[in-house]
Design a protein around this ligand. Sequence first.
Ligand SMILES: [Zn+2]
Length: 126
Amino acid sequence: MHEMGIASSVLEAVKTEMQRYPESYPCKVGLRIGEMSAFDPDALRFCFEAMIRDTDWAALELAIEFCPRRHHCHACDHEFIVRDYDFRCPQCANFAINCVSGDQLELAYLEVEEYGPGTVGAKSTQ
Ligand SMILES: [Zn+2]
């Protein structure tokens, strides 16, 4: 399953990032996804939650942010958002087929919280 692979790479990225914060745990991870990426965000969320359910990170929240497809025009160096598959540059009407973003999948941000007395959700799994 495609989404399972994505969910596991997201978790891997979080783990790598968390090595910098040994006294903390992740509470929210933000993903930036191009609107052209071919997968189902609900399925991704489902896989992600299934993977963290019985771990210390069970409370980790996944936030998904969509980015529109952007093209770059060589003729006039203009960057624009593609709507309705119209690849013409709005500035000079040239066809701009150079896609600069819209199919990416990246970690946008990671929110962490420090372990401490009264910490809820962390280290509480049986
Ligand atoms: Zn142009």
